[in-house]
Ligand binder design. Structure first.
Ligand SMILES: [Zn+2]
Length: 124
């Protein structure tokens, strides 16, 4: 791992520790530790935070994919060059709802939309 990669890894670790601290602070305020909590309660809070993080990462990664889309793309059916625009839609990921940003193209010849990012990836 290069220096930039190590710095990123360290930053991620610091942010994860900070998130863990914030979660425990919140639980202290809620009185969770006034008595010894059942471990499942601690685990459930941790999993909930993990799922929120997962949804954030998915949304951010989808925006990156959309940002890297070309302005125009050939229709996979007829080859007509079609303008690509960015659209948003809500999807349910395994970790919860995600607001997906994705590039979409409409072919006026075939009168159908297609997803340029899915071409050649076996999805969509
Ligand atoms: Zn077409």
């Amino acid at each position: 791992m290069d220096a930039a990669g190590q710095a990123r890894e360290q930053k991620k670790q610091e942010l994860l520790q900070e998130l863990a601290e914030l979660m425990v602070e919140e639980q202290i305020e809620e009185g969770v530790f006034l008595n010894t909590p059942h471990y499942s309660m601690i685990e459930r809070t941790a999993v909930t935070l993990g799922r929120r993080l997962s949804c954030e990462v998915q949304q951010r990664a989808a925006r990156e994919v959309a940002a890297n889309s070309p302005a125009a793309c050939p229709c996979p059916t007829c080859g007509t060059s079609c303008d690509v625009h960015v659209d948003q839609r809500q999807v349910r990921s395994v970790d919860g709802p995600v607001e997906l940003t994705e590039s979409v193209a409409y072919c006026p010849e075939c009168r159908r939309c297609f997803f340029p990012s899915a071409i050649g990836h076996g999805t969509g």
